[in-house]
Design a protein. Structure first.
Length: 141
């Protein structure tokens, strides 16, 4: 419980305009709002008791424009919020194409969380066999 509280104590709150930007998949307004509120794109933001990077939130909510814009803005691809990296979120939600994009952009396959879990562990846990096969093939190289 204390670990959860410490994550949320460090997480920023999404403004109404940031929430609207996500709803509309509007990366330009989102980035403007982040900057205008003295946040960083790599900050953890709290949503319904869980903290996410903006990149992880774009994966969870299926916002391709925000995802691509954040990738092109060189965000931290391995930043962990709520004990998951963006690649772990992609594996958890079965987003193979996004996992491939993250890895191509430089996300690390071997990033672990506090429980020593990797994206492959999340793909296995949530039974996303295509991602399991893909990540396993990368580990074999």
């Amino acid at each position: 419980m204390l670990l959860t509280i410490s994550y949320l104590a460090q997480a920023q709150q999404l403004t109404d305009e940031m929430k609207r930007s996500f709803k509309l998949d509007d990366p330009n307004t989102l980035l403007s709002e982040v900057k205008g509120n003295n946040h960083k794109v790599d900050d953890c933001f709290e949503v319904e008791g869980i903290s996410y990077t903006l990149l992880s939130l774009s994966i969870k909510t299926g916002r391709p424009n925000i995802f691509k814009t954040l990738l092109s803005n060189k965000v931290d691809l391995n930043k962990i919020c709520s004990d998951k990296s963006p690649l772990m979120f992609a594996a958890k939600y079965g987003k193979l194409a996004l996992a491939k994009e993250l890895l191509t952009a430089g996300a690390k396959l071997d990033v672990t969380n506090a429980e020593n879990q990797t994206a492959l562990d999340y793909a296995i846990k949530y039974q996303h066999q295509e991602i399991v096969s893909y990540l396993t093939s990368l580990k074999a190289k």
